[in-house]
Design a protein around this ligand. Structure first.
Ligand code: SF4
Ligand code: SF4
Ligand code: SF4
Length: 218
């Protein structure tokens, strides 16, 4: 039977492995859009900058697809594995979700797309993993807004295995914060700066993550 030290080590390893982003990020789109010059034409895809997104709801409703190509992901490395996750629970009576039941009426997600799984108990604290069940996610951003009150590890991304790579993305047109941009298909996903910095520090930044040019870094 594993000791509590083993379990802590397991969890530490789990966090290191947290370079994984929950809710598999979509593959590079097939159609593509070519830009650039004669020396180097590069395929570009639509993506949204999670640091600019305010989870306004348009990602769920403005996509040309019946079910949006935008879905939520959870960066495990940035996640606090909180018992009272503010991205999972509706605010319950008394203002805290700690210890609340996981019944549907206590969950923020309208489609039940977030799976909560017990990971470990350390001292008196309980830790849970939150995984997005991608096919159920409609990209409404409710969990993103909730998670922003804590670590902000949940964020929206365009899934390239669904996105049609429209010439003019209708969500980009409707986005109130100009969070959408075209980025190289070779690095088709974005991550919050906080996650990028943390993963770079341990040399675990996935190669498919696009980084903003220095002059655009706030
Ligand atoms: S439209 Fe823009 S601000 Fe609204 S949820 Fe999508 S990316 Fe975020
Ligand atoms: S709350 Fe909305 S964005 Fe978050 S997992 Fe559920 S459907 Fe997806
Ligand atoms: S490019 Fe088209 S399919 Fe892709 S997210 Fe925008 S509207 Fe949806």
């Amino acid at each position: 039977m594993p000791s509590s030290n083993d379990k802590t080590a397991d969890r530490r390893q789990f966090l290191v492995n947290g370079a994984r982003v929950a809710g598999a990020l979509g593959l590079v789109g097939g159609v593509g859009y070519l830009a650039g010059n004669a020396q180097g034409r590069e395929e570009l895809v639509w993506q949204l900058d999670p640091d600019k997104c305010i989870a306004c709801g348009n990602c769920a409703t403005k996509c040309v697809l019946d079910i949006s190509a935008v879905k939520c992901v959870n960066c495990f490395h940035a996640c606090g594995y909180c018992n009272g996750c503010t991205g999972y629970f509706e605010k319950v009576e008394g203002g805290t979700s700690q210890g609340a039941s996981t019944s549907a009426e206590n969950q923020l997600c309208p489609t039940g797309a977030i799976e909560r799984k017990f990971i470990e108990k350390r001292s008196t604290s309980l830790y849970f993993e939150y995984t997005i069940i991608e096919p159920l996610c409609i990209g409404c951003g409710k969990c993103v807004e909730g998670c922003a009150k804590m670590n902000g590890s949940m964020y929206l991304q365009v899934m390239h295995n669904r996105c049609l790579n429209c010439n003019e993305c209708s969500i980009a047109v409707a986005c109130p914060t100009q969070a959408f941009r075209r980025i190289p298909a070779s690095t088709p996903n974005m991550m919050k700066k906080i996650g990028i910095h943390a993963l770079k520090a341990i040399d675990k930044l996935p190669p498919e993550i696009y980084e903003l040019p220095e002059e655009e870094e706030a």
